[in-house]
Design a protein around this ligand. Structure first.
Ligand SMILES: Cc1cc2nc3c(=O)[nH]c(=O)nc-3n(C[C@H](O)[C@H](O)[C@H](O)COP(=O)(O)O)c2cc1C
Length: 590
């Protein structure tokens, strides 16, 4: 890893797992529930053994976070092992031993023999197997959830699902859920989580469960394959310039470090070897002044650099090494041939491995992102990240203006739209025109949730139309959906000012306060605005560009936005004459 570092410690039946993640930027909202959610997902899955019934994994945040926000200092986590209560003497760190139930017959396929020979621990293989156990991956999932929170905050989404178990192929993501597979990997994973084997349809789920039941009947174990998908990944992560900076290599290492993962495929890796170049490489097109790929056989990387397409990586897990129909082995105490040791164990852990793989991809991707963009703070990452995200565009696409009421979205937006030579869309005005009622009336008659639904539809419509300057209502950005759509369609600009300044502007227009349902009736407008801003700050903070508008006229705000937009134009913009000017140069003859 180049910018992030992480370490885990802890034995499978010791008191706890601990982990330290260093290099996370300051200012990331982090809720321990986000971590626990992934820990619960890792514990699920048909084919797991008895241990998962004992553990109820939850992470305790020991360091690096204050009032729900990262500090930039190392994040330290702890996960208690509930099973330790049953092992206190046998796993004691104090003097004692030997263990009356020492393990001396190594399991083929596990770390027992190789580890014991290396560390001279042939007298009790538990000294090896306790750390080699995949229990350690619970901490990787927890640390990965922290990395994932950062990526999600910037618009990168990671998910996985099961591709096959024991040779039975499950339906692929591109067939079962093409929209999610292309645009919302986390949504895809949530869908997979509904299946006990993390497959994407009922038929596959049934077949995979039958396969696991059959293995269990035979007292045997199974492996399989998972696919990890990352959507919203900007071009430009990783580098071709040095072998150890290539992202595909870094992702492969991250995945191969997971216990029992024995092969990794990037895009159509294995099948590509049997095809022609014309069948494998993804054509490049120019659609709506934006570079688009006709397919994604490459799996989102070329030259070890992300190319703006979703990352698609598959990993193969070998069958679980602890087989109750135990394989021949040798007792290292007597050197007599005996059946291998049997430890309480999973029959198949492919569904859980998918969650571990998501975590490792999150850590590797977060590392590459921070390597490319620097980033001591989340705020410092926004504009450079937007520049990468928009780099396949000759023009920036939509310009979305966000911020609270009174921030100047409409007045500056109108002027900006003239400057950029594109239409102006006031989302609130559109909703009112459609509904034939004022926003205050919609709130009164149908409630806030109905208004938010109408807002979502209006935003979706605006995104579908040609590039415009779009002023959003103050609360339109309070959900992942809005952010995903806006980031796909263009650039987000946040206008802000302190509550007293917002209140002053609103007071200048007598109807303004009463027309805004969240302010109506609030005696202290500035106080109410301060409260709304506090609640929404973590959403507004996500904007690509930020402009403090106090003491600026609408003209000046519009001018400043044009300047800010120029700073995130990508390398193709000069060919198109920059944002809002001229038209693209005529295409070269083939
Ligand atoms: C989520 C997960 C659960 C696992 N559960 C078990 C298990 O219950 N029993 C077992 O023998 N191996 C299990 N493994 C695999 C072993 O940890 C792994 O085979 C062992 O550490 C040796 O490492 P290697 O297979 O990478 O060589 C699991 C792996 C993962 C990712």
């Amino acid at each position: 890893m180049k910018r992030l570092r992480f370490l885990t410690a802890g034995e499978s039946h010791g008191p706890a797992l601990v982990g330290i993640l260093e290099g996370m930027p300051a200012g990331l909202p982090l809720d321990s529930e986000e971590i626990d959610r992934d820990l619960r997902r890792r514990q699920m899955g048909y084919g797991r053994g008895g241990r998962m019934k004992i553990e109820q994994d939850a992470a305790k945040i020991l360091a690096g976070v204050r009032f729900g926000t990262t500090l930039g200092s190392p994040v330290a986590l702890q996960i208690e092992n509930r099973d330790y209560a049953n092992w206190t003497e046998r796993m004691s760190a104090g003097p004692g031993g030997p263990d009356p139930a020492a393990v001396t017959t190594p399991r083929p396929g596990h770390a027992d023999l190789a580890g014991a020979l290396k560390y001279g621990q042939t007298g009790d293989l538990r000294d090896v197997l306790e750390r080699a156990s995949a229990r350690e991956t619970a901490m990787r999932v927890a640390l990965g959830a922290v990395a994932r929170a950062m990526l999600r905050n910037l618009g990168i989404s990671i998910g996985s699902y099961t591709r096959n178990i024991g040779g039975i192929e499950a339906v692929g993501g591109a067939d079962a859920r093409p929209e999610l597979h292309r645009h919302d990997a986390e949504g895809l994973a949530l869908f997979a989580d509904c299946s006990e084997v993390r497959a994407l349809d009922e038929n596959s789920t049934k077949q995979l469960i039958e396969r696991i039941d059959d293995a269990r009947r035979r007292r045997d174990t199974l492996g399989g394959a998972i696919e990890v998908v990352a959507t919203g990944v900007p071009p430009g992560l990783g580098s071709h310039v040095q072998w150890d900076r290539k992202l595909d290599g870094r992702l492969a290492q991250a995945l191969l470090s997971i216990p029992a993962i024995k092969a990794v495929e990037v895009g159509d890796g294995w099948s590509a070897g049997a095809l022609h170049g014309t069948q494998v490489h993804d054509p490049i097109h120019l659609v709506d002044e934006r570079l688009r790929r006709g397919s994604n056989h490459a799996g989102g990387t070329e030259g070890g650099i992300t190319n703006g397409e979703p990352l698609i990586i598959r990993a193969v897990m070998k069958p679980i090494a602890t087989v109750s129909n135990a394989l021949p082995s040798v007792d290292l105490r007597t050197l007599h041939e005996r059946r291998a040791h049997i430890e309480r164990s999973d029959t198949c852990a492919v569904p859980a491995a998918g969650i571990v793989a998501e975590a490792m991809v999150a850590l590797a991707l977060a590392d590459a992102l921070l390597e490319t963009l620097g980033g001591d703070t989340m705020h410092g990452l926004r504009a450079p990240f937007a520049r990468l995200r928009l780099s396949t565009r000759a023009r920036l696409g939509h310009v979305f203006l966000l911020g609270p009421m009174g921030a100047g979205k409409t007045s500056a937006g109108l002027i900006l739209s003239h400057r950029l030579g594109r239409p102006f869309v006031d989302l609130d005005a559109r909703i009112e025109a459609r509904a034939g009622a004022s926003i205050a009336a919609i709130f009164r008659s149908a409630g806030e949730s109905e208004f938010r639904r109408l807002e979502q539809i209006a935003l979706e419509e605006a995104c579908e139309q040609g590039p415009a300057v779009v002023a959003l209502g103050g609360g339109a950005v309070l959900g992942e959906f809005a952010w995903r759509r806006m980031r796909e369609a263009g650039v987000t600009v946040r206008l802000h000012a302190p509550p007293w300044e917002l209140a002053r502007r609103l007071a200048a227009n007598e109807q303004a306060v009463e027309a805004r349902p969240l302010l109506a009736g609030a005696g202290d407008t500035a106080g109410k605005l301060a409260e709304i801003l506090r609640e929404r700050e973590h959403w507004y903070a996500r904007a690509d560009l930020h402009l403090e508008t106090t003491a600026l006229t609408a003209e000046e705000v519009a001018g400043a936005i044009v300047g800010l937009l120029r700073t995130i134009e990508g390398p193709l913009a000069p060919l198109a004459g920059g944002s809002g000017r001229g038209s693209p140069t005529a295409p070269d003859e083939p």
